[in-house]
Design a protein around this ligand. Structure first.
Ligand SMILES: O=C(CO)[C@@H](O)[C@H](O)COP(=O)(O)O
Length: 219
């Protein structure tokens, strides 16, 4: 079984202190930094783009796990790679040709992630799973932190894990949205090995990031 990793979402961080917040995450035991990029079009919220990611790059050596909630995505992939992303995750609905976009990310020597919204079926990516490093299962409709976890996506994770084991594939299964100290166990039992969390990490236990990361890892 893969080691459980935590990818804190800086969407819940203090945006006026992002450099310091990232340092705190690294000291607290984060495995990577989850960066939510939103365009106000693919999702109903606007966040950050390549200049901010580039500026943050100097504050940590941890991998940047960049989730692009932007459409059309293909023409911007290079910008995020240049800014310092290590994993670039895109949505099938945001590109005209998912296979081409996957190949483009790989050609830039970045890890490829594909994200499925709660209503998006696995069928869209089944044939491409051997090209993908990470599948990001959204357990909320993307756009905002602090939403309620949707337990129905656990079935999708189980299905994906089954396919992964049957085909002997290596991709990571990441879950994102409303993860807390209860449903983390359900997500891990279903097959997720990377947990994204914003609210739980930054706001619980008076913002004790180290403790919150440890609690999220324990199942
Ligand atoms: O991408 C998103 C939301 O669209 C997530 O990364 C959230 O930012 C996670 O935050 P919490 O649900 O843990 O507060």
């Amino acid at each position: 079984m893969k080691k459980i990793q935590i990818s804190p979402s800086i969407l819940s961080a203090d945006f006026s202190q992002l450099g310091n917040e990232i340092k705190k995450l690294e000291e607290g035991g984060a495995d990577m930094i989850h960066v939510d990029v939103m365009d106000g079009h693919f999702v109903p919220n606007l966040t950050m783009g390549p200049p901010i990611i580039r500026a943050l790059r100097q504050h940590t050596k941890l991998p940047f796990d960049v989730h692009l909630m932007i459409s059309p995505v293909h023409k911007y992939i290079q910008d995020y790679a240049d800014a310092g992303a290590n994993i670039i995750t895109i949505h099938p609905e945001a590109t005209e040709n998912l296979k081409n976009s996957i190949q483009h990310i790989k050609s830039l020597n970045k890890k490829v992630g594909v994200s499925l919204n709660p209503e998006t079926k696995i069928d869209l990516i089944i044939e491409l799973l051997d090209e993908i490093d990470l599948v990001l299962i959204m357990s909320v409709n993307p756009g905002f932190g602090g939403q309620k976890f949707m337990p129905k996506v656990l079935e999708k994770i189980k299905e994906l894990k089954k396919i992964k084991d049957e085909k002997n594939l290596e991709f990571d299964i990441e879950i994102d949205g409303g993860i807390n100290f209860d449903n983390n166990k359900l997500a891990i039992a279903a097959g997720a090995n990377i947990l994204v969390s914003g609210t739980t990490i930054f706001k619980n236990n008076n913002g004790n990031i180290k403790k919150n990361i440890e609690l999220l890892k324990s199942s």
